[in-house]
Write a protein that binds this ligand. Sequence first.
Ligand code: 13P
Length: 266
Amino acid sequence: MTETDTAARLRWVIGNWKQNKLRFEARELADAVAAGLMNAIAANPSSVNVGIAPTFLSLDLAVRHAPPGGALWLFAQNVAAQESGAFTGEVGPTMLLDAGVNGAIIGHSERRGHFRETDHDVARKLQAALAAGVQTVLCIGEPLEIRESATHESYVISQLSTAFSNVSHEHINERLVIAYEPIWAIGTGKVATPTEASAMHRSIRAWMGERFGSTGAGRSILYGGSVKPANAAGLLAAGDIDGFLVGGASLDAASFLDIVRTAAGG
Ligand code: 13P
């Protein structure tokens, strides 16, 4: 298998619900996703992992009502770099695992943008989450002005290199997934073209290979930014795209499951 052989890597489709859904709504949506999940992945059940990331306040509901066998992965949208202590408002990696949550999204551009998380904050969170054994989705991606100035590749590689500055080889394994989410494509309806997305994914994979060898190059790399049922197949066909981190379309069970079905090859 070559490093860019998509068939060798697990696909992921993860719904990032962001700051949406009251608890009763979250329960309904999680139930609807769970109810349709087996049918959606029927074409190839072991080829795709499916997850949702509700708010912290709805995660316990999702844990309690999750389908049996861990078929639906549960993610927090953020995690602290510290395990515990005097850090008001924060939740640590082991606290997530203790609550039955599988993983966390780290470094989402909305956390970087609205809450001033720096590349160094992201690095500390990534190191802590991987060390604790949390399933981790590391988000990277450039703003519009960087894309327009054609410096997007070096910008994203710099985000990567800082994020992994304290991560040792032993923590690079299937617990790590990377999500490339160009900021100009998030919530805008303006999706990256399959060519743009797969070119960036190849650069990310090459960097991971240089830094961490074949284990690094073998990590699943997801695309996020205005993914919809209508554009999912085209993105996957471009190669080097191992699934999706879905925002808006994950708030509707039918459209999320359509994307899952596409990723499962159904
Ligand atoms: P949209 O799918 O709404 O563009 O959001 C993408 C995203 O930010 C997922 O984390």
